[in-house]
Design a protein around this ligand. Structure first.
Ligand code: ARG
Length: 445
């Protein structure tokens, strides 16, 4: 590998090169577009402090726009002998514009370059995740409203317990996503701060205008302390991973319920035939593989914060190459979660529920507490009523009254879906996606 930015007068050992680069070039492909955006902001700022001429800036920006377009067309490559995305972009500029290309790295290090790339990438991906969570949320609320009056058994210890409803079941997962959205918002806020200008982690003797790059890139504010900016590598990823993991946790639980409720022994929900898979030996099979894979993928994603934590937790302050490895688990995670969210929404939309399950007398006992409460409301002490109903059940004398009256907030008769929706809408309105979209558009147009 020739053409290293840091190459001096000796050849680097090939094995060392293979090992240190690893899969990093593949990972850097996720960041290419954002590396270009970061460079645009950086050189615009360099011109403003006299480190580039106006004409130079114009030519460099035009060429960076070309590279950006190459990325958008999916044609950007990191050439065989080039170490990483940062080197590739600088090399392309130098190949085209000569010495001018070599000027862009003043006041910058690959350390703050990769930091800013990761932040720009992550906030963009979070925007997608938020949109996908909202789609699943809407499907769940729709189904919850549609089946608000259809009862189903509720379980504790996987033993039939009390009356629940499909309205409650679907709605519970919607509210879970509304809570998860708070984590995404916190993750977004931490992400949307500019690390550029921290250079190798200790700033620069050039009079960098960090406020200017912060504004150009549409960040909320900056990571002020340059040492902290570098310390944020790994921390930002871990915090975002927690938010992704909390969403994944909701999706995994939903998938488990769906698999279980779809089994013949429950038969509460049914997947349309075309959303199931078959068996090579058992001709009758319609398996819920989709939910099983959603479950496994989402469970895997819940390990992401731990994976990241183990890589970054015991590092002192300052840059270390360890941090490069985080990219391998972090960058692909967004696509994996999006896929699960989209698939879950697709299937929930097509899921049918069994409106007649309670005709099976197996579930009669779940009305026991209703009966106890009725007796207690009529004056019998609760414990006596409990004993009487318990005895009736034991002796086969219990006749369930299936007309139930749950009216408090969040109960079968009062789902509060409108309030859950308002909570979700409010959280989403706190993300300022328009600001980042506009900033990026201004840079590339
Ligand atoms: N590939 C490197 C990473 O992801 C880029 C930064 C390299 N910086 C350095 N000092 N070696 O961390």
């Amino acid at each position: 590998m020739a053409n290293k930015l840091w190459e001096k007068n000796f050849e680097v050992n090939k094995e060392i090169e293979r090992f240190t680069v690893g899969r990093d070039r593949e990972m850097d492909m996720y960041l290419a577009k954002y590396d270009v955006l970061g460079s645009m902001a950086h050189i615009t700022m360099l011109e403003s402090i006299g480190l580039l001429g106006k004409d130079e800036l114009g030519q460099l920006l035009a060429e960076l726009k070309n590279i950006y377009k190459t990325c958008e067309r999916g044609e950007f490559v990191i050439e065989d002998d080039v170490e990483d995305v940062h080197s590739q972009v600088e090399m392309l500029l130098t190949r085209k514009l000569g010495d001018m290309g070599k000027k862009i790295h003043s006041g910058r290090s690959r350390n703050d370059q990769v930091l800013v790339d990761l932040k720009l990438f992550t906030r963009h991906e979070l925007k997608d995740i938020v949109e996908n969570v909202k789609v699943l949320f809407d499907e769940l609320i729709d189904k919850s409203n549609k089946y608000r009056n259809v009862l189903m058994p509720g379980y504790t210890h996987l033993q039939v317990a009390m009356p629940s409803s499909f309205g409650l079941w679907f709605g519970a997962y919607a509210e879970s996503l509304a809570d998860d959205m708070q984590f995404l918002l916190a993750a977004y806020r931490i992400t949307n701060r500019n690390p550029l200008g921290s250079a190798a982690g200790y700033g620069s003797s050039f009079p960098l205008n960090r406020t200017m790059t912060t504004e150009l890139l549409g960040f909320d504010t900056m990571n002020y302390n340059v040492v902290y900016a570098q310390m944020g590598r790994g921390k930002m990823e871990r915090n975002v991973a927690f938010a992704l993991a909390t969403v994944a946790g909701t999706v995994a639980k939903l998938a488990f319920d769906a698999c279980m409720f779809n089994s013949q022994n429950f038969s509460f929900v049914k997947l349309p035939k075309e959303c199931t898979t078959g068996s090579s030996i058992m001709p009758h099979k319609k398996n819920p593989d989709v939910f099983e894979l959603i479950r496994a993928k989402s469970n895997k994603l819940q390990g992401l914060p731990q994976q990241i934590m183990l890589m970054m937790n015991n590092l002192p302050s300052g840059y270390f190459r360890d941090l490069q490895m985080i990219k391998e688990v972090f960058l692909p995670a967004f696509e994996e979660l999006k896929d699960c969210l989209q698939m879950a929404a697709y299937i929930i939309n097509r899921m049918e529920v069994n409106e007649r399950i309670l005709e099976n007398s197996m579930y009669d006992a779940m009305f026991s507490v209703e009966e106890v409460n009725r007796l207690a409301a009529n004056g019998m002490p609760f414990r006596d009523a409990y004993k009487k109903v318990g005895l009736d059940i034991e002796e086969g004398n219990f006749v369930p009254d299936k007309n139930i009256h749950h009216t408090h907030e969040g109960s079968i008769g009062n789902l509060c879906n409108d309030r859950i929706q308002a909570l979700m809408e409010h959280t989403i309105s706190e993300f300022d996606f328009e600001k980042i979209t506009n900033a990026e558009k201004t840079l590339i147009e």
